[in-house]
Design a protein around this ligand. Structure first.
Ligand code: ZN
Length: 684
């Protein structure tokens, strides 16, 4: 691992922060914290922590000795000075005399001694930092260090690898007890340059930021070199099928299998992030992969991300893909059963009241292909994949020098169910469409873009499909929530298939279809050019059928139901003069919606239509509004609000109707009118 310290960068950071009133100690603390945080082999997504002992002034002008320590919720890679709250040292040091301190009391003590009460909670490892006398303390969960400490008896190996310059701390759950034990190990030999924490990670310390950082990189390199030099020959590989199925063909099955059934056809769905590389596949193809996965996580705080460890499934045979759904299902059921047993066994050991988290895996290893991270959001799914990559590195290293033997699941349990984490989860309420993927055609138009935004605001990830790539990307960006834009001409079945493949590649599947794209052609029906009518049918009927077919194909693989929503139009029920080219295929689409409701209701797939009228959009442009209102001799305003309510109907109103149908779990074969009231077009 490269030492990234650079004198010029360090000096610049000190100078830049000095202008903002931040002292040199804290500026350098930010500098090396970012260097450590930017390296996934050291820390991942909020893992690890650093501190420095310095002085801070309170509002009264009194100066205090403080510990500036990483705050909970901050990522080391992008830390700012406010991510290192200052806690009064005197109180922290006094705590060492206590015999016992619960996690809740520890947090209370730390919060009560903050210089700025609006700071985030100081790290759970704050006391450990405080009890060490050094000005700068760094802590990481380096994968190379984990390769050494994730052994059945790591103490002699730690001694062999690091010699006398590193103290050895047996495994204790992070918190007050670990802080005291680590400080005792240091006090027994104050010449050490750092501490190796069994089954957990490494601390290094120094008189200045550079010394603590240099020591971290040095000892990580010592571990990396040892692993490289002492590696055993590679483990045997599993035999793979002659022809492997593709990740896209198994993603929806897997996504469906890990969805949490809430009963009565309702599910809490997850997003899947597929990740692969030569290194990932090489490791996952090991004959022992299921055994490794079953042993657990490489460092305890990963349990927050991937629970008790990954799930390994057999390689998918392309020739037996029909049987693979059942294979995945049985593996997920076994994982969930084991997880429930893990919870029940460990929960019964005391009388603390806990709520079991869902028992589904968060990381699936598929030999021959790669791995899938699962999470309620794309962000969480990607974090699970990131964790998976580092888990692989740590296990590979541990197996190279011995046998991967991480923390036992019994010891992991109090960490996964740490009271403070449970409180955090309870406050993290999902949105109505969290975990769901919506694909919207005509997604960059007025109604499509408003729908994408509304669905994303309600927790869904949107796949915005439009003819125009740039506009699709723009609408997706405006929708937010990691939505994506996809360019496709939806009258071309191959492009429709590609758009759905993209949704599967990025999110793992599709739950909601908003089949919205359309265009209007005019002319008296008896004199219509045949080619024009056929062209209109391609877009206003066959494209709806083509996207619905693809959506249903994926929904059936997932087995978690879904909803198809069609933008028919007022024309589907109430023809307008010279609008047959538009109205006739739209009427067919209205019946298409009912046919899907009839044919797929038993699979939990709902199908509904929204017939909107007179919406300012690409179909009804400002120029058309001017010409039509002029032709009728009414003002533009009167023309647009010429309905029973006397109010203009907007794209936002149509989006609201689509959202209603996405959420109305017991409504199918329905048509919702969004036109401000038009009695001639009212459905009987
Ligand atoms: Zn740690």
């Amino acid at each position: 691992m490269k030492n990234l310290w650079n004198d010029g960068d360090a000096e610049k950071m000190v100078a830049d922060y000095a202008r903002k009133g931040v002292g040199g100690d804290l500026a350098l603390r930010v500098y090396t914290t970012r260097l450590l945080g930017g390296e996934p082999r050291l820390v991942l997504h909020g893992g690890g922590n650093t501190s420095c002992k310095t002085k801070a002034t309170d509002l009264l002008g009194d100066e205090w000795d403080v510990l500036c320590v990483k705050g909970s919720g901050w990522d080391m890679a992008v830390i700012e000075p406010q991510g290192l709250p200052a806690v009064k040292m005197g109180a922290l040091l006094k705590a060492r005399k206590l015999n016992k301190l619960s996690d809740e009391d520890m947090v209370a003590l730390q919060r009560a001694n903050l210089i700025d009460p609006s700071s985030p909670n100081p790290s759970v490892e704050t006391l450990l930092h405080a009890f060490l006398p050094h000005k700068f303390v760094d802590h990481t969960h380096s994968t190379a260090i984990l390769a050494i400490v994730d052994q059945e008896d790591s103490k002699p190996l730690v001694k062999t690898v690091f010699g006398d310059k590193m103290g050895y701390v047996p495994y204790i759950m992070p918190g007050f007890d670990l802080a005291k034990a680590a400080a005792d190990v240091f006090d027994a030999d104050p010449t050490v340059e750092g501490l190796i924490l069994d089954k957990h990670g490494i601390f290094t310390f120094g008189d200045d930021a550079r010394q603590a950082y240099d020591r971290m990189i040095h000892y990580v390199n010592v571990a990396e070199d040892y692993v490289a030099k002492h590696a055993k020959p590679k483990a045997a590989k599993a035999t793979l099928p002659a022809k492997l199925a593709t990740p896209a063909s198994i993603a929806p099955m897997l996504r469906g299998a890990v969805a949490v059934a809430r009963g009565e056809g309702r599910f809490d769905r997850m997003i899947s992030d597929f990740r692969t590389s030569e290194a990932i596949v090489d490791f996952i193809n090991s004959a022992a992969i299921a055994d490794y996965a079953g042993r657990g996580v490489s460092t305890p705080d990963l349990s927050i991300r991937i629970k008790t460890g990954p799930m390994a499934v057999p390689a998918p045979d392309a020739d037996k893909i029909g049987d693979y759904k059942a294979v995945i299902k049985s593996h997920v059921e076994t994982f969930a059963k084991d997880y429930r047993a893990y919870f029940e066994t460990n929960d019964a050991l005391d009388d603390v009241k806990r709520t079991m988290l869902d028992p589904m895996p968060r990381l699936t290893l598929v030999p021959g292909l790669g791995m899938f991270g699962h999470g309620r959001t794309l962000k969480d799914a990607k974090i699970a994949s990131d964790v998976g990559e580092m888990w692989i590195e740590a296990v590979r290293g541990a197996e190279a020098v011995g046998r991967f033997h991480p923390l036992s699941k019994a010891d992991l349990f109090p960490l996964e169910y740490w009271s403070l984490e449970q409180a955090k989860l309870a406050s993290n309420k999902p949105k109505p469409l969290t975990g769901q993927v919506v694909l919207i055609t005509g997604g960059a138009g007025a109604i499509g873009a408003a729908t994408a935004k509304l669905f994303a605001d309600n927790g869904a990830h949107a796949v915005v499909v439009d003819l125009d790539a740039e506009k699709a990307a723009d609408a997706a960006k405006k929708a937010g929530n990691n939505s994506i834009g996809v360019a496709a001409d939806i009258t071309d079945p191959a492009q429709v298939r590609a758009a759905f493949d993209r949704a599967v590649a990025v999110f793992g599947g599709v739950d909601i279809l908003v089949s919205n794209a359309g265009a209007a052609w005019e002319g008296r029906i008896g004199e219509l050019d045949d080619a024009l009518l056929r062209k209109s049918f391609e877009l206003n009927f066959f494209a709806h059928q083509s996207v619905a077919q693809n959506a249903v194909r994926i929904m059936l693989e997932q087995g978690t139901g879904g909803v198809l929503l069609f933008n028919t139009s007022k024309q589907a029920v109430n023809p307008g003069p010279k609008f047959g080219a538009y109205g006739v295929p739209k009427a067919a689409t209205l019946f298409l919606s009912r046919q899907y409701a009839l044919d797929y209701g038993a699979h939990g797939i709902r199908s509904n239509a929204v017939n909107a009228d007179r919406i300012r959009s690409g179909l009804l442009t400002d120029a058309m509004i001017a010409s039509r209102s002029g032709a009728r001799g009414v003002s533009e305003k009167d023309y647009m609000s010429g309905n029973l309510l006397g109010q203009e109907v907007t794209a936002q109103d149509v989006a609201q109707a689509f959202l209603h149908h996405a959420l109305a779990e017991r409504t199918t074969a329905d048509v919702t009118t969004v036109d401000g009231g038009n009695i001639a077009a009212a459905l009987r």
